[in-house]
Design a protein around this ligand. Structure first.
Ligand SMILES: [Zn+2]
Length: 491
């Protein structure tokens, strides 16, 4: 009897200790991960109308890269570039401009102190196609550059001309003020981000050949998001890493012929089985360091239950991961994803095809690599009649993880917490791909972030219908870019 009492008492004490640990960790979470600042800052005056007209004009150049590269109208890019030179004369006087990979722009603004490694600002000139059919669902023509009710409408207003023109507006103003950077600033504007990124690749190779090792690279990919998971405060998502990218082409070969006497092994059957096996065997999955930091930063503004779980992952990790795996968006954060995207076989309803082909797209988590994914797929399929190759030119390793909380990260954090008081700052992993992935050739510190405030509905407009930029958001972004550039140049 005494023994049982002691045992119960021990259990109660243990439970109390655990509860105290859990609570202490829960309440200390906010202090350890959130960065906010109340410092005030002087913004430059921006002529709102002029700036928004420039964005609208930029949208009217149909710099669309087509899936079939040769269908692209490259003349439109030349016109766009001529317009940029005309519109931003102070900037073009201050920098040296090189055209690389045919249509990519590489601008160098020399710094007075050659011992400082440069900072690279990136954006891309091209946009994805948009239907100009009046019934396509666009409220205003996608290349019309209409300014309606405080918004500039059109393809590219966010992705990525919003970033490109915002940077140009700020840099032109800075150059016009007579500013001389101490640190070299490079502006690298690719021309084909949406189809391959050969412009950015060439820029990275050029830097390498010149011995340039950037202090930091800033590109699109992250922004200030409001309304995320019901969180009231805006959160600056700084993309410190991005997933890798790989498309595999599976080709199953078998005897063709009449469908009245089929063999037991058919091309379509074998291919289907192969896809099913890949899907049935998901990649290793689990929270990495960056995702953990992001969720913890968000949790500081969420309900007690979430805060408690995120502050005590030593106890609640399996529960949290299980919940994340139940949703497509969060599941993609945990591991390499598998997406069969194209299947192609057969030509006649009563004839067996000799070949069946499928494309499977993978987005690689940092724990995997192009080689390890290919290996795994080969092992799983284990069929000598199925050929497995990488789709032409498509494949990139997961990026390195940039510094968080030190180095260039704090430089970005300092600027944006003063320009957006009360802001939460969080690192994240970008699930899509950006041009900046090529910069891993010359630096580990790549940050995907543009100082624009979007809500979750804006995100759906990217590559979608009715893409638009809120003019007030745009102006604040230009003001922030101005300070970012000024601070970058200070060294
Ligand atoms: Zn983009």
């Amino acid at each position: 009897m005494k023994k049982i009492k002691l045992f119960v008492l021990a259990l109660v004490v243990l439970f109390l200790i655990l509860t105290i640990i859990v609570l202490v960790r829960t309440y200390s979470l906010s202090k350890s991960t959130v960065t906010t600042s109340d410092a005030s800052v002087d913004f430059i005056d921006i002529d709102k109308t002029a700036a928004s007209i420039n964005l609208a004009k930029a949208v009217r150049f149909k710099t669309v890269t087509e899936q079939v590269r040769d269908d692209t109208d490259w003349q439109e890019f030349e016109k766009f570039q001529a317009w940029m030179r005309e519109t931003y004369p102070a900037f073009y006087d201050a920098v040296k401009t090189e055209t690389i990979a045919d249509h990519a722009l590489y601008h160098t603004w020399e710094g007075s102190d050659p011992s400082l490694d440069p900072i690279v600002f990136m954006a891309h000139q091209d946009v994805v196609p948009a239907s100009e059919d009046p019934n396509s669902g666009w409220e205003f023509p996608p290349f019309g550059g209409d300014i309606i009710d405080g918004f500039v409408y059109g393809r590219g207003t966010i992705d990525c001309k919003g970033t490109l023109i915002g940077l140009m507006e700020a840099a032109n103003r800075l150059a016009a003020s007579g500013y001389q950077p101490k640190r070299k600033l490079i502006f690298s504007f690719g021309h084909d981000e949406e189809i391959s990124g050969s412009g950015a690749k060439t820029a990275a190779e050029l830097m390498k050949s010149r011995g340039i090792k950037p202090y930091a690279v800033i590109d699109e990919g992250g922004a200030i998001i409001t309304g995320l998971n019901g969180i009231e405060k805006p959160i600056a998502m700084i993309g410190v890493a991005e997933k890798g990218y790989l498309t595999l082409v599976l080709t199953a070969k078998a005897r063709g012929g009449h469908s009245s006497t089929p063999p037991t092994y058919t091309a379509i059957g074998a291919l289907s089985k192969a896809i099913a096996i890949i899907e049935a065997n998901p990649f290793d999955s689990g929270m990495d360091k960056v995702t953990k930091k992001m969720l913890q930063a968000m949790a500081t503004e969420q309900d007690f239950k979430t805060r408690m779980a995120m502050a005590n992952l030593w106890l609640f990790r399996p529960m949290v991961e299980k919940k994340m795996k139940s949703q497509d968006q969060s599941r993609a954060m945990l591991g390499t994803t598998i997406a069969p995207t194209i299947i192609d076989a057969g030509f006649k309803e009563n004839a067996l095809p000799r070949e069946a082909k499928a494309y499977v797209n993978f987005r690689l988590h940092s724990r995997d690599s192009v080689a390890s994914v290919m290996d795994r797929v080969r092992r799983l399929i284990d069929d000598p009649n199925i050929e497995i190759v990488k789709a032409d030119g498509i494949g990139s390793e997961p990026s390195p993880v940039s510094q968080i909380g030190t180095g260039p990260y704090t430089w970005i954090e300092d600027v944006i917490t003063t320009t957006f008081p009360g802001l939460l700052v969080s690192p994240n992993v970008v699930l899509g791909g950006t041009d900046s992935r090529y910069m891993a050739l010359v630096t580990n510190d790549i940050y995907r972030f543009a100082p624009y405030k979007f809500d979750t509905s804006d995100m759906a407009r990217i590559h979608g219908l009715n893409e638009r930029m809120d003019i007030d958001v745009f102006v604040k972004g230009i003001q922030t870019y101005y300070l970012m550039l000024e601070k970058a140049g200070e060294g």
